[in-house]
Design a protein around this ligand. Sequence first.
Ligand SMILES: *Cc1c(COP(=O)(O)O)cnc(C)c1O
Length: 380
Amino acid sequence: MKLNTKIIHAGVEPDPSTGAIMTPIFQTSTFVQSGPNQHQGYDYSRAGNPTRTALEKSLAALENAQHGLAFSSGVAATESVIKLLRPGDEVIAANDMYGGTYRLFSKIWEDFGIKFIYIDTTQTEQVARAVTSNTKLIWIETPTNPLMNITDIAAVAAIAKKAGALLCVDNTFASPYLQNPIDMGADIVMHSATKYLGGHSDVVMGTLMFNSDALRERLFFIQKSSGAVPGPMDCFLVLRGIKTLHVRLQRHCENGRKIAGFLARHEKVKKVYWCGFEDQPGYAVAKKQMRDFGGMMSFELKDDSMEAATKVLTSTKVFALAESLGGVESLINHPATMTHASIPREERIRNGLSDSLIRLSVGIEDVDDLIEDLRQAIGS
Ligand SMILES: *Cc1c(COP(=O)(O)O)cnc(C)c1O
């Protein structure tokens, strides 16, 4: 089945008791048993709920995976992967990934004896050099947030395999419509379903997709034991969001391309970070592993003061100033004070994330209105 059909149908069967074409919201905590431990596959909603099962099947299909698991947030999904590890284990992670992932690793899990090594994963040889006999997990994000750096998934997967370590790819920015890391050798794909999968800025959720049955056993055990599960209503919302993933993403990509071009030509803009430009360092790899380039981008003004950035951030009328991304509406964000404020300034600047950097999540509104909005906000 092709992706656009799987997006609509995978995991979703008409309800056998009523014929309802949409998966019912099984808003129940428990399930009546006909005898002790005799039930129809569900005993308690932390362990399993039919609305969540439908979603998890759909999620697996989207990433060409055998298994999918849904969690109460993206960071809960990430944390579940870390719980596969033991004190003394080492994780190689990207140095400009999502701020909340960095905070989870450095401020919580480091205290439990897990060692995190942050490197520039776009330089594949740096990943190979960082591997030790204790490396158990490589964690990458591509494109990265917010500098749109690209890491070669297949090359890092080969390094992970050789090292006997798992490779987990945070595929939130690309979405399964643009990139499928398992096809390139990744062991686990993670998404913040809060973003493109949900697509309507109305739910917080995280997901993991993977092939290994052994991983399914361990991650399911962690999911039900730690208990960071999404409620049935939220599962329904993400199932509904997924049904338009392909048409939304097509428009995100179209609008993204036009806005990246507009910004690149603007005389007040110093630099645009968007992985579809041929002169970007990651272009060749992006072209190899992504189907298109998406609607996420960042830019810097020639005037690199905080004031100049603040003026743009507070002047847009269609672009809303907010954290998050991947919804149908366009958002504008200031990583230094918003999404990435938890990274120490020195470290942030060292990783190329300046005070004046502005991030856009280009939505699916009329692109002329979006360009006009940026034109008036940036000024001439
Ligand atoms: C939002 C986000 C997360 C965290 O997900 P939540 O759903 O907010 O917990 C992780 N990675 C990336 C790239 C994100 O954008």
